[in-house]
Design a protein around this ligand. Sequence first.
Ligand code: 0YR
Ligand code: MG
Length: 372
Amino acid sequence: MKITDVSPFILHLPLTADSIADSTHRITRWGVVGARIATSAGLVGFGFTGTHAHAASDRLIAACIRDCYGPLLVDEDAQDRTRLWMKLARQPALQWVGRAGVTQLALAAVDVALWDLSAKAAGLPLWKFLGGATSETIEAYNTDVGWLSIPEPELVAGAQRAVERDGFRALKLKVGHDDPLVDLRRLEAVRRAIGPQVRIAIDGNGKWDLPTCLSFVRKAAAFDIFWFEEPLWYDDVGSHRALAKQSPIPIALGEQLYALDAFRAFVAAGAVHYVQPDVTRLGGVTEYIEVAHLARAFRLPVAPHAGDMSQAHVHLAYWHPSTVLLEYIPWIKDHFREPANVRDGAFLRPQQPGASTTPLDDSLERFSVSID
Ligand code: 0YR
Ligand code: MG
């Protein structure tokens, strides 16, 4: 199955609200920046990364897919995923400007497209191609009800609706106000409204410092918090380690880590309890698998971050035995042939061949942003 063409695409898709915010980002659309890989077999593979839909930086990723990786892939065998990953990720000139950021996001898109192709060629959904499902169900946690930009009354109402109407048994609330007492009040209100059975995770998106976090976790523990995600600056292993040692709430992180080595540093230091790899930030499925196995070797649970809004992650979650939860944010699913849908709080197991990364033609037409 020879690669005949590699072409990038950019989609800017609307959210379920006009805009949302966490402690460090405010966004109005979600960016899907992807690679479409055509082959001599007639099969086409799709993979993509996720962005905050800034056209200028999305174009850098698209250009990297087209101009840097494209020529290295054409005429290659699409099924040589590991060899091609090494060729792309260890290309000296690209490694010089890469290993994190733009080149890594582009690599992620390309690698996911290659896995999509191999699974399609085998006629199997990716989880089956990888070795079969190790869980009966994958539980979803809802992040879309918990944005920092949602005022407290709607936050409480949305959380209740997600639990009572939609069947979620796990939610994630953003924290990170300048005054942490505001966050404590919001947590208390939601916990009171939804009762003790539902899991509540919180996510700080890297805003606070160690003293703020230490004081916060002691108070927030009263509301039975499942994990505290990205409490501190993303790369700061030492502070996470200090917090993990003292916090009554487990620490989760990984969505801002771009390489196996970064995960290794946190895991080896005992600075993380829930490992959150993301195929769109790591170099795709290939490096995700390495991180998931690393977590397994340390007996740490894996809860993928949904940079792809769980389209490819749902396959990896069903397959990898360390997975405990998967994030649900329903912004982009309906633009794909096989949406990552949740019923009664669990992700439906994908059935179509591939990685569920093939966009609808209609969405490609209506939401595309020009590459140049
Ligand atoms: C919105 N999920 C996250 C989104 C999300 C961010 O800015 O990108 O909140 O990636 O932290 O766990
Ligand atoms: Mg997060």
